[in-house]
Ligand binder design. Sequence first.
Ligand code: NDP
Length: 480
Amino acid sequence: MLTIKNLINGQSVEPIAGNYLDNINPATGEVYARIPDSDERDVDAATAAANAAFPAWSTTPKEKRSAALLKLSSLIEKNLDKLALAETNDQGKPLWLSKSVDIPRAVSNFHFYATAALHTHTEAHAMEQTAINYTLRTPIGVAGCISPWNLPLYLFTWKIAPALAAGCTVVAKPSEITPMTAYILGELSIEAGFPPGVLNIVHGLGPKVGMSIVSHPQIPAISFTGGTKTGEIISATAGPMFKKLSLELGGKNPTIVFADADFDKTVQTAVRSAFSNQGEICLCGSRLLIERSIYEKFKDAFVQEVKKLKVGDPLVEENWLGAIASKPHFEKILSYIDLAKQEGGQLLCGGNTVTPSGRCANGYFIEPTVFENLPFDCRTNQEEIFGPVVTLQPFDTEEEVLQYANSTRYGLACSLWTSDLSRAHRLANQLQFGIVWINCWLLRDLRTPFGGMKGSGVGREGGFEALNFFTEERNVCIRI
Ligand code: NDP
């Protein structure tokens, strides 16, 4: 059985305590690898290595740092098949999705930040005859990067790439549920020639390894993606230490459909937005709000499309949904299906577990599930389920749909469908979400600010925002 190791100071090392956790393939329910159950001593060692590497890495010319990142990007691309299979075995998502989205995006993340770092600029503020101010941005130090299990390599590299490009050294922790591609990335970083200590990866549990990173006095910046509850715990620890914090948290995203929308395109995209990656994308649209005049027609077409989606072995090309990432999460989703029924929800399709024959008989599979007849303020419509469960609700007016859409504690993303550009613009201004997609979903330009409002997070990733996050900004004022 494969044993994953930590990457500390350019070496693959065992956890100091010698303890390991099981790594389970959620499509088969089988343990197939061991993961370090690291603790604060491993984080201390990684932080010491990152601190020692910082002076040289932060002063390396950015062209050289860029070249190292580009090399790593090419190595990820070269190993796409291996990484995609590892991602699918770890996470449960269909292999076609790992190949077409997750791993290509990791390639792009490194490529994007390798080149973005060459195009940074700083501002100057002239005070006429008196003085000139200019802004200095210098790498902040050792960056702590913590990422979740839903898009493992995609989100891990979305943090690491800007941190390294900005000149920081990194101590990173992937989710212990999906550590494999982070482990392979560590090996590739050695092959790419990163100096020892520049990138350190410590595997293990959130409350142990994650918290040791968050509370470490020599890590001044924390970039975290995960649940809102964990974000609260991280804020409570890092806030009083005055660390820089970027928090990308949960969502309960609405898909808003007006009667004048392109019907077929809206149905197709709403299905994709609801069930891609088994609904385990923070940006998935899980609340469909539909103008009453087309509600019945839309419902019928939507449910008909959902019933066509095949669930099963993620290695089989025709399956559109794979396995749920872990047993606890599988059970959590099933408990929400029960809750929706208790709250009076009418089940339109799905609602059951799936037991494929053959190698996936013990995996964690759930049918794509659609409910209607639930009020906007019930728990099913307010809490993040993060699985293949969505609700349909009719609305009559713009005011009503705004109230429904904005009613949750979250504010990550919204997808709005209409052919009335004035309405789209009017509502985009009033929808409390960090991202508003009009007549599309998950259309991403890496230069744009990415992040949520309200309980969906603090700060923005993407573009120069992420590079700036990993720097300390100072004003220099010269009297003339
Ligand atoms: P968690 O918050 O449980 O975990 C995220 C990461 O934090 C994991 O690596 C986890 O480790 C670690 N962690 C857990 N507890 C602590 C702690 N006390 N201190 C430090 N680190 C800790 O989220 P999930 O992994 O369950 O991911 C799903 C969530 O992520 C959903 O809410 C989803 O919406 C959100 N998400 C947000 C995105 C965004 O961009 N806004 C994008 C993708 C997901 P371990 O796994 O070992 O517990």
